[in-house]
Design a protein around this ligand. Sequence first.
Ligand code: ADP
Length: 266
Amino acid sequence: WRATFSVIQKETGFVNGLITVLHDITEQEKIEMERRDFVSNVSHELRTPLTTMRSYLEALSDGAINEPELGKQFLSVAQTETERMIRLVTDLLQLSRMDSREYELNTDFVDFVKFFNRIIDRFEMAKSKEITFIRELPVTPLYVEIDTDKVTQVIDNIISNAQKYSPDGGSIRFTVTANDGELLVEIKDTGMGIPKEQVDRIFDRFYRVDRARARSMGGTGLGLAISREMIIAHNGKIWAESIEGKGTSIFFTLPYGLVDEEDEWD
Ligand code: ADP
């Protein structure tokens, strides 16, 4: 809904009426609004690193280039900003491919437990913070049909967020349960959490709870939006639960154990 207010005012200046018109925003209008927001967000996200680079390059050509230490430092800023833009454009291209359905899932049958363990191992090896990893994974194999590159990207993204938004001394708990027809994966951290009214928005494109903080950590604000598209492409669901100051759980499901009997006997 969108409201338009008209004030009815007499020549004397006294307000003696207020008309409120509520418009139903049609689906089409909503899509159009989202598109405009998206274009404006993209422009803003690209403009920021570009203006930073411009000032540093200007300073370099104004003489900083002749001071070895300063010159090196300014070049490194320009490099960091270039890398941020490359990440952003890569993410945008990926989203646009998913939007236009210009992609195929390259699926394989894999044991999800083994697959998940390998990803967690990789993070555990490269850990930069004091964060304890707790695995609550089944001991028996659980076979799923997934595009391993895409699901790896989803899990990578969730684990890096869990690390990014957690202090030293925290923990990340990994849980997998097989229910009827689906696999439920939970990645639970003991980090800063997300305010209640914003939890569902973190999967929106460019949505960040704390823009400045997230940017300083190098994020593009597109990671979870891409993850959501990828999970939907697998016919799964993804959502979050969080308590501010206590921690966040990201859940996703994948179809599991649904043997298509017709295929089987064809
Ligand atoms: P970013 O690149 O900013 O991390 P994401 O799409 O991955 O973008 O996440 C969107 C936002 O959701 C983040 O900026 C952060 O505010 C919030 N968020 C995601 N995961 C967590 C988490 N585990 N704990 C707290 N906040 C999180």
